[in-house]
Write a protein that binds this ligand. Sequence first.
Ligand code: NI
Length: 171
Amino acid sequence: MAIREIVIYPADILKKKCLPVQKFDEELKTLVEDMAETMYAAPGVGLAANQVDVDAQVCVIDVAESETSDLHVFVNPEIIIRDGEIEWEEGCLSFPDILVNVHRSAKVTVRAQDANGNFFDTEAEGLFAVAIQHELDHLNGVTLANKVGYLRKKMMLKELMKIKNSRQRDK
Ligand code: NI
């Protein structure tokens, strides 16, 4: 297992729809393990493959508040049922120190495959539903930058450039 570097917006890979996974091989299992480790180390509650520079429809989520982990892995996920509305102040590992209010469905059912290719459905509400919608957005090239107006986006880009530059200096 290894911690991978998290891509910061506005990297191009964050703006495009990821490719569907077709091979459920060792490489995929390693990716999933690394993504989980990277998410826990950050720490964050979700991570999409393009956030670690991999073009694949894979995301990991763990919204457990206790110390026990509750890792969910979604390969080729799609939301098949939506219900209700919820507003949540969301952060994102590709947008350090930025929070954005986003309107989401309050409940979702997602259909996905696991790392072995088996299909399953998961029902979610509250933070788990928000995290699923946030990560599926990533896999479709949609980020917090798409959830704000022109001026806020400009300010966000400025802040992110500062963070990027200071990280490069630290290397
Ligand atoms: Ni995110």
